[in-house]
Design a binder for this molecule. Structure first.
Ligand SMILES: *[C@@H]1O[C@H](CO)[C@@H](O)[C@H](O)[C@H]1NC(C)=O
Ligand SMILES: *[C@@H]1O[C@H](CO)[C@@H](O)[C@H](O)[C@H]1NC(C)=O
Ligand SMILES: *[C@@H]1O[C@H](CO)[C@@H](O)[C@H](O)[C@H]1NC(C)=O
Ligand SMILES: *[C@@H]1O[C@H](CO)[C@@H](O)[C@H](O)[C@H]1NC(C)=O
Ligand SMILES: *[C@@H]1O[C@H](CO)[C@@H](O)[C@H](O)[C@H]1NC(C)=O
Ligand SMILES: *[C@@H]1O[C@H](CO)[C@@H](O)[C@H](O)[C@H]1NC(C)=O
Length: 228
Protein backbone atom coordinates (compact mmCIF):
# COMPACT_ATOMS: atom_id res chain seq x y z
CA UNK A 1 0.00 0.00 0.00
CA UNK A 2 2.77 2.43 0.96
CA UNK A 3 4.64 1.58 -2.21
CA UNK A 4 1.58 2.21 -4.33
CA UNK A 5 1.00 5.53 -2.60
CA UNK A 6 4.63 6.44 -3.14
CA UNK A 7 4.42 5.62 -6.84
CA UNK A 8 1.22 7.58 -7.08
CA UNK A 9 2.74 10.69 -5.50
CA UNK A 10 5.91 10.35 -7.51
CA UNK A 11 3.90 10.19 -10.72
CA UNK A 12 1.78 13.15 -9.67
CA UNK A 13 4.81 15.28 -8.90
CA UNK A 14 6.90 14.34 -11.87
CA UNK A 15 4.15 14.86 -14.38
CA UNK A 16 1.86 17.55 -13.03
CA UNK A 17 4.33 19.77 -11.27
CA UNK A 18 7.43 19.60 -13.39
CA UNK A 19 8.26 23.13 -14.43
CA UNK A 20 10.89 23.45 -17.12
CA UNK A 21 13.76 25.82 -16.42
CA UNK A 22 12.71 29.30 -17.49
CA UNK A 23 12.90 32.78 -15.97
CA UNK A 24 11.04 35.09 -18.34
CA UNK A 25 9.41 35.38 -21.75
CA UNK A 26 11.06 36.89 -24.77
CA UNK A 27 8.48 38.27 -27.17
CA UNK A 28 10.03 38.70 -30.58
CA UNK A 29 8.63 41.13 -33.12
CA UNK A 30 10.02 40.57 -36.60
CA UNK A 31 10.46 42.94 -39.49
CA UNK A 32 8.56 40.74 -41.99
CA UNK A 33 10.77 41.27 -45.04
CA UNK A 34 13.89 40.38 -43.09
CA UNK A 35 12.59 36.92 -42.39
CA UNK A 36 11.10 36.26 -45.80
CA UNK A 37 13.63 37.75 -48.15
CA UNK A 38 15.87 34.68 -48.20
CA UNK A 39 13.05 32.18 -48.94
CA UNK A 40 11.23 31.73 -52.21
CA UNK A 41 8.17 30.24 -50.51
CA UNK A 42 7.72 33.10 -48.05
CA UNK A 43 5.95 36.32 -48.98
CA UNK A 44 4.72 39.41 -47.18
CA UNK A 45 1.41 40.92 -48.36
CA UNK A 46 2.16 44.34 -49.86
CA UNK A 47 -0.08 46.11 -47.31
CA UNK A 48 1.71 44.54 -44.32
CA UNK A 49 4.13 47.26 -43.29
CA UNK A 50 4.68 46.85 -39.58
CA UNK A 51 6.55 44.59 -37.21
CA UNK A 52 4.76 41.29 -36.62
CA UNK A 53 4.71 39.02 -33.57
CA UNK A 54 6.98 36.10 -34.33
CA UNK A 55 7.73 34.10 -31.19
CA UNK A 56 6.65 34.31 -27.57
CA UNK A 57 9.05 32.04 -25.74
CA UNK A 58 9.66 31.25 -22.09
CA UNK A 59 13.42 30.97 -21.56
CA UNK A 60 16.52 31.77 -19.52
CA UNK A 61 19.30 34.01 -20.78
CA UNK A 62 21.08 31.03 -22.30
CA UNK A 63 18.46 28.36 -22.89
CA UNK A 64 15.03 27.90 -24.47
CA UNK A 65 13.13 24.84 -23.19
CA UNK A 66 10.91 23.37 -25.92
CA UNK A 67 8.04 20.90 -26.31
CA UNK A 68 7.34 20.65 -22.58
CA UNK A 69 3.92 19.00 -22.40
CA UNK A 70 2.73 16.61 -25.09
CA UNK A 71 -0.37 15.97 -22.96
CA UNK A 72 -1.75 19.39 -23.91
CA UNK A 73 -2.14 19.33 -27.69
CA UNK A 74 -3.04 22.40 -29.70
CA UNK A 75 -6.80 22.92 -30.08
CA UNK A 76 -7.83 25.69 -32.44
CA UNK A 77 -11.30 25.86 -30.80
CA UNK A 78 -9.74 27.15 -27.57
CA UNK A 79 -8.68 30.34 -29.32
CA UNK A 80 -11.58 30.64 -31.74
CA UNK A 81 -12.68 34.01 -30.37
CA UNK A 82 -9.28 35.62 -31.02
CA UNK A 83 -8.14 33.93 -34.25
CA UNK A 84 -9.34 36.88 -36.30
CA UNK A 85 -7.05 39.27 -34.41
CA UNK A 86 -4.20 36.78 -34.22
CA UNK A 87 -4.21 36.27 -37.98
CA UNK A 88 -3.16 39.89 -38.33
CA UNK A 89 -0.77 40.36 -35.44
CA UNK A 90 0.74 36.83 -35.35
CA UNK A 91 0.89 35.97 -39.04
CA UNK A 92 2.62 33.12 -40.84
CA UNK A 93 4.31 34.58 -43.90
CA UNK A 94 4.90 31.07 -45.21
CA UNK A 95 1.17 30.48 -45.30
CA UNK A 96 -0.65 33.72 -44.66
CA UNK A 97 -4.19 32.38 -45.20
CA UNK A 98 -3.73 29.40 -42.89
CA UNK A 99 -1.62 30.35 -39.87
CA UNK A 100 -3.03 27.49 -37.76
CA UNK A 101 -0.05 25.19 -38.32
CA UNK A 102 2.33 27.98 -37.25
CA UNK A 103 0.31 28.66 -34.10
CA UNK A 104 0.23 24.93 -33.36
CA UNK A 105 4.03 24.82 -33.51
CA UNK A 106 4.28 27.90 -31.27
CA UNK A 107 1.97 26.33 -28.73
CA UNK A 108 3.63 22.92 -28.68
CA UNK A 109 7.17 24.24 -28.78
CA UNK A 110 6.88 27.30 -26.51
CA UNK A 111 3.40 27.69 -25.01
CA UNK A 112 3.53 24.34 -23.21
CA UNK A 113 6.73 25.44 -21.44
CA UNK A 114 5.17 28.24 -19.39
CA UNK A 115 2.06 26.41 -18.21
CA UNK A 116 3.05 27.14 -14.61
CA UNK A 117 2.02 30.78 -15.22
CA UNK A 118 -0.14 30.86 -18.36
CA UNK A 119 -2.24 27.81 -17.62
CA UNK A 120 -4.22 27.42 -20.81
CA UNK A 121 -3.66 27.70 -24.52
CA UNK A 122 -6.07 30.63 -24.57
CA UNK A 123 -4.13 32.45 -21.82
CA UNK A 124 -0.87 31.97 -23.72
CA UNK A 125 -2.17 33.38 -27.01
CA UNK A 126 -4.25 36.10 -25.39
CA UNK A 127 -1.28 37.27 -23.31
CA UNK A 128 0.95 37.36 -26.39
CA UNK A 129 -1.77 39.32 -28.11
CA UNK A 130 -2.08 41.83 -25.27
CA UNK A 131 1.68 42.31 -25.00
CA UNK A 132 1.92 42.88 -28.72
CA UNK A 133 -0.91 45.42 -28.64
CA UNK A 134 1.08 47.52 -26.16
CA UNK A 135 4.19 47.56 -28.38
CA UNK A 136 4.59 49.62 -31.53
CA UNK A 137 8.22 49.47 -32.65
CA UNK A 138 7.32 50.53 -36.20
CA UNK A 139 6.12 53.93 -34.96
CA UNK A 140 8.83 54.24 -32.30
CA UNK A 141 11.53 53.87 -34.96
CA UNK A 142 9.70 56.14 -37.39
CA UNK A 143 9.56 58.92 -34.77
CA UNK A 144 13.35 58.73 -34.66
CA UNK A 145 13.67 58.88 -38.45
CA UNK A 146 14.42 55.19 -38.68
CA UNK A 147 12.24 54.21 -41.61
CA UNK A 148 12.35 51.30 -44.07
CA UNK A 149 14.82 52.19 -46.79
CA UNK A 150 16.96 50.39 -49.34
CA UNK A 151 19.30 53.33 -49.57
CA UNK A 152 19.92 54.41 -45.96
CA UNK A 153 21.29 52.32 -43.13
CA UNK A 154 21.25 52.78 -39.38
CA UNK A 155 23.43 51.88 -36.43
CA UNK A 156 22.57 49.37 -33.73
CA UNK A 157 22.69 52.16 -31.16
CA UNK A 158 20.20 54.33 -33.07
CA UNK A 159 17.68 51.48 -33.15
CA UNK A 160 18.41 50.49 -29.57
CA UNK A 161 17.98 54.04 -28.26
CA UNK A 162 14.72 54.63 -30.14
CA UNK A 163 13.14 51.52 -28.64
CA UNK A 164 14.66 51.96 -25.18
CA UNK A 165 13.33 55.50 -24.99
CA UNK A 166 9.82 54.31 -25.89
CA UNK A 167 9.73 51.72 -23.10
CA UNK A 168 10.89 53.96 -20.26
CA UNK A 169 14.56 53.09 -20.42
CA UNK A 170 14.10 49.33 -20.45
CA UNK A 171 16.33 47.41 -22.87
CA UNK A 172 15.13 45.27 -25.78
CA UNK A 173 17.07 42.67 -27.74
CA UNK A 174 17.92 43.40 -31.35
CA UNK A 175 18.77 40.73 -33.89
CA UNK A 176 19.88 40.83 -37.48
CA UNK A 177 19.92 38.70 -40.60
CA UNK A 178 22.06 38.78 -43.68
CA UNK A 179 20.84 39.48 -47.18
CA UNK A 180 23.21 39.74 -50.15
CA UNK A 181 26.06 40.52 -47.78
CA UNK A 182 24.14 43.27 -46.00
CA UNK A 183 23.28 43.22 -42.32
CA UNK A 184 19.50 43.67 -42.06
CA UNK A 185 17.31 44.36 -39.02
CA UNK A 186 15.40 41.16 -38.22
CA UNK A 187 13.77 41.20 -34.78
CA UNK A 188 13.26 43.39 -31.75
CA UNK A 189 12.63 41.38 -28.59
CA UNK A 190 10.94 42.36 -25.34
CA UNK A 191 11.48 40.68 -21.97
CA UNK A 192 8.49 39.96 -19.69
CA UNK A 193 8.79 38.58 -16.17
CA UNK A 194 6.61 35.88 -14.60
CA UNK A 195 4.64 38.80 -13.12
CA UNK A 196 3.72 39.68 -16.76
CA UNK A 197 5.58 42.98 -16.50
CA UNK A 198 8.02 44.31 -19.07
CA UNK A 199 11.58 44.48 -17.77
CA UNK A 200 15.06 45.21 -19.09
CA UNK A 201 16.63 42.32 -21.03
CA UNK A 202 20.01 41.37 -19.59
CA UNK A 203 23.27 42.39 -21.24
CA UNK A 204 24.10 38.70 -21.68
CA UNK A 205 20.92 38.08 -23.65
CA UNK A 206 21.28 41.30 -25.65
CA UNK A 207 24.82 40.38 -26.61
CA UNK A 208 23.95 36.81 -27.60
CA UNK A 209 20.89 37.83 -29.62
CA UNK A 210 22.75 40.71 -31.26
CA UNK A 211 25.66 38.60 -32.47
CA UNK A 212 24.56 38.61 -36.10
CA UNK A 213 24.41 42.42 -36.25
CA UNK A 214 28.04 42.46 -37.43
CA UNK A 215 30.01 45.58 -36.59
CA UNK A 216 26.72 47.29 -35.64
CA UNK A 217 27.41 50.33 -37.78
CA UNK A 218 25.49 49.47 -40.97
CA UNK A 219 22.06 47.92 -40.38
CA UNK A 220 19.47 48.04 -43.14
CA UNK A 221 15.73 48.02 -42.59
CA UNK A 222 14.59 46.66 -45.94
CA UNK A 223 11.86 48.63 -47.64
CA UNK A 224 8.72 46.95 -48.90
CA UNK A 225 8.23 46.63 -52.63
CA UNK A 226 6.33 49.57 -54.06
CA UNK A 227 2.68 48.54 -54.41
CA UNK A 228 1.48 48.86 -57.98
C1 LIG B 1 10.18 26.38 -48.05
O1 LIG B 1 11.17 25.88 -48.97
C2 LIG B 1 12.27 25.25 -48.35
C3 LIG B 1 13.24 24.86 -49.44
O2 LIG B 1 13.56 25.97 -50.21
C4 LIG B 1 11.77 24.02 -47.57
O3 LIG B 1 12.86 23.42 -46.90
C5 LIG B 1 10.71 24.43 -46.57
O4 LIG B 1 10.16 23.28 -45.96
C6 LIG B 1 9.60 25.21 -47.23
N1 LIG B 1 8.72 25.71 -46.19
C7 LIG B 1 7.39 25.66 -46.26
C8 LIG B 1 6.63 26.17 -45.08
O5 LIG B 1 6.80 25.24 -47.24
C1 LIG C 1 -11.17 21.74 -28.02
O1 LIG C 1 -11.67 22.89 -27.34
C2 LIG C 1 -13.08 22.96 -27.37
C3 LIG C 1 -13.47 24.32 -26.80
O2 LIG C 1 -12.77 24.63 -25.62
C4 LIG C 1 -13.65 21.78 -26.59
O3 LIG C 1 -15.07 21.83 -26.62
C5 LIG C 1 -13.17 20.48 -27.25
O4 LIG C 1 -13.59 19.37 -26.47
C6 LIG C 1 -11.65 20.46 -27.35
N1 LIG C 1 -11.22 19.31 -28.13
C7 LIG C 1 -10.36 18.44 -27.67
C8 LIG C 1 -9.96 17.32 -28.60
O5 LIG C 1 -9.88 18.51 -26.54
C1 LIG D 1 -12.71 33.67 -25.35
O1 LIG D 1 -12.53 32.29 -25.08
C2 LIG D 1 -11.82 32.02 -23.87
C3 LIG D 1 -11.51 30.53 -23.78
O2 LIG D 1 -12.51 29.75 -24.31
C4 LIG D 1 -12.58 32.57 -22.68
O3 LIG D 1 -11.88 32.33 -21.49
C5 LIG D 1 -12.76 34.07 -22.88
O4 LIG D 1 -13.54 34.61 -21.82
C6 LIG D 1 -13.43 34.36 -24.21
N1 LIG D 1 -13.44 35.81 -24.41
C7 LIG D 1 -14.47 36.47 -24.91
C8 LIG D 1 -14.33 37.94 -25.06
O5 LIG D 1 -15.50 35.89 -25.25
C1 LIG E 1 -1.20 26.18 -45.94
O1 LIG E 1 -2.08 25.54 -45.03
C2 LIG E 1 -3.09 24.78 -45.66
C3 LIG E 1 -4.07 24.30 -44.58
O2 LIG E 1 -3.39 23.63 -43.57
C4 LIG E 1 -2.43 23.63 -46.42
O3 LIG E 1 -3.44 22.88 -47.08
C5 LIG E 1 -1.44 24.19 -47.44
O4 LIG E 1 -0.75 23.14 -48.06
C6 LIG E 1 -0.46 25.11 -46.74
N1 LIG E 1 0.38 25.75 -47.76
C7 LIG E 1 1.71 25.74 -47.68
C8 LIG E 1 2.43 26.48 -48.76
O5 LIG E 1 2.33 25.16 -46.80
C1 LIG F 1 30.81 47.51 -41.08
O1 LIG F 1 30.38 46.46 -41.94
C2 LIG F 1 29.86 46.93 -43.19
C3 LIG F 1 29.42 45.71 -43.98
O2 LIG F 1 28.42 45.02 -43.32
C4 LIG F 1 30.93 47.73 -43.95
O3 LIG F 1 30.36 48.24 -45.14
C5 LIG F 1 31.40 48.87 -43.07
O4 LIG F 1 32.45 49.52 -43.72
C6 LIG F 1 31.89 48.34 -41.72
N1 LIG F 1 32.20 49.50 -40.89
C7 LIG F 1 33.26 49.51 -40.08
C8 LIG F 1 33.47 50.77 -39.28
O5 LIG F 1 34.04 48.58 -40.00
C1 LIG G 1 14.07 46.75 -51.20
O1 LIG G 1 14.91 45.61 -51.34
C2 LIG G 1 14.23 44.37 -51.25
C3 LIG G 1 15.26 43.29 -51.33
O2 LIG G 1 16.01 43.38 -52.51
C4 LIG G 1 13.19 44.26 -52.35
O3 LIG G 1 12.47 43.06 -52.21
C5 LIG G 1 12.23 45.44 -52.26
O4 LIG G 1 11.32 45.41 -53.33
C6 LIG G 1 12.99 46.75 -52.25
N1 LIG G 1 12.06 47.85 -52.02
C7 LIG G 1 11.93 48.87 -52.85
C8 LIG G 1 10.93 49.92 -52.48
O5 LIG G 1 12.59 48.94 -53.87
Amino acid sequence: MKIILFIFLFTLFSFSFSDPDWDFWLLNMQWPLADCINYANCSVPSWYSSFALHTFEPRTDSNVPVFCDSQYPFNISEISNITYSLAYIWPDFWNFSYPQAFWKTNWEKHGTCSLSVLKTEYEYFYTGYQFRESLDPTTWLWKNNIVPSNTTFYTYDQIDQAVTQAISGLKPTISCNTYLGKTILHEIGFCYGKDLKLFSCSDTLRTNVGEKCGNRTSIWMLDFPNPN
